[in-house]
Design a protein around this ligand. Structure first.
Ligand code: PYC
Length: 403
């Protein structure tokens, strides 16, 4: 007998109101998490505006790596809170986000790379984050499939081992936050593009969209890839350049890899999902572009470097490849906070290649700022004022791959 199951919607279509207390631009993990944490604080008259479907941008295109083994005390503390939030996220949202803390290894193939990892290990440990240097004998035990011999052109010399790091199911994170934000009263509006932002007397007063105009005193720019375009609507020029970042996935394989492997020297990172597919990515493309096109040179170079690490993958087929776009700041740290001189305009942008792992903490802390008017200590260092106050937070050394 055919049984019909009743499905419930994760979130609901709503009419776009002509006024909200808070408008969040960008329906990815950052915007949705902020809507959720605002609603938790009782700020529920909130609209999330997304020009495509929820999670269509960087939230659905990243390689879902979670870690806090950064280079600066400010970065380590910030991303560590995100790891902790990810640890409790399935229980909090009542939705399994498949967070697998399988451990994360950043490989060094040169003496100078070892020096860089040593500094990160020291900073991590001083900040209470588990990371340590490991050497080829231990690496071999941790990752039996990795070629730790002298065969490769650049043999593996050492690694930064970060046990709390891992991977998550990125769509589930987006859907879980969206469902809970919707349940608590936020309005999620996919297919609603912001075309302008109104300001009067140094105060945000509304947004214009493809579905009508909305009055509001608070706008959060939580976009990735298009943050400069949104900022231009209030005549704000951000110190950001936008680059494509590509990745590909293999056919499913029997489980052989239960660590995230990153090689900055070889410009490649590899993990294996619960479905058995290997998710593989590289550095940002070296040109400015808003293009989502995949390229053959990326696939050839990245496959070549992957085989240096994992020769066992040589006959494996590639299922698909894709690209996202990343907003890069000069110091590889994000820009968060209210813009001085522009009341009601908040930034949660410039995430480069680190955005997805920061979704929970940025959502929580931006919600705290918007709800209370007080900037949380954790995000104070990331204010836009650092660019003219000479307080950069250099996180390039912690990039998964060099750029
Ligand atoms: O920072 O771990 C990372 C990362 C991996 C891919 C892009 N960013």
């Amino acid at each position: 007998m055919l049984r019909l199951f009743r499905t419930t919607r994760m979130w609901h279509p709503r009419d776009l109101r002509d006024r909200y207390d808070v408008v969040i631009v960008g329906g990815g993990v950052h915007g949705l998490a902020c809507a959720y944490y605002l609603a938790e604080r009782g700020v529920r008259d909130v609209a999330v505006l997304e020009k495509q479907y929820l999670g269509a941008g960087a939230s659905g295109r990243n390689t879902a790596i979670i870690r806090s083994n950064y280079r600066t005390p400010e970065g380590v503390a910030f991303y560590d809170e995100s790891v902790r939030l990810y640890e409790e996220l399935s229980a909090r949202l009542g939705y399994n986000v498949l967070f697998s803390q399988q451990g994360h290894l950043t490989l060094a193939h040169t003496d100078s790379a070892i020096m860089g990892l040593r500094v990160r290990a020291e900073v991590n440990q001083l900040c209470g984050v588990r990371s340590r240097l490991v050497w080829p004998d231990e690496i071999r035990k941790l990752v039996p499939a990795l070629d730790v011999s002298d065969r490769p052109r650049y043999p593996v010399l050492a690694a930064l081992y970060h046990p709390p790091g891992g991977i998550v199911r990125h769509d589930a994170v987006v859907w879980g936050y969206a469902r809970e934000a919707d349940r608590l009263g936020a309005h999620l509006h996919p297919h609603t593009e912001v075309t302008g932002i109104d300001v009067a007397g140094g105060q945000v007063t509304g947004v214009r969209t493809t579905r009508g105009n909305v009055r509001t005193g608070v706008v959060l720019n939580a976009t990735a890839g298009f943050c400069s375009t949104i900022a231009k609507m209030v005549d704000l020029r951000l110190p950001i350049t936008t680059h494509p970042l590509q990745a590909f996935v293999t056919e499913p394989l029997k489980a052989f890899l239960d660590k995230v492997i990153v090689s900055a020297n070889l410009h490649v990172y590899v993990s294996q999902t619960d479905r058995g597919e290997c998710v593989i990515g590289s550095e940002i493309d070296p040109y400015l572009s808003y293009s989502h096109r995949s390229t053959l040179p990326f696939l050839e170079a990245t496959a070549h470097h992957t085989l240096e690490l994992f020769p066992c993958l040589k006959d494996v087929r590639v299922l698909r490849q894709w690209a996202g776009i990343c907003d890069m700041t000069p110091d590889y740290s994000p820009i968060m906070g209210e813009v001085p001189g522009l009341r009601g305009f908040y930034l949660d942008v410039g995430w480069g290649t680190y955005g997805f792992k920061a979704g929970p903490v940025s959502g929580r802390r931006m919600a705290e700022l918007i709800a209370t008017g007080q900037t949380p200590d954790l995000i104070k260092p990331f204010s836009i004022t650092r660019f003219w106050e000479d307080r950069l937070i250099g996180e390039k050394a912690a990039a998964a791959v060099s750029h």
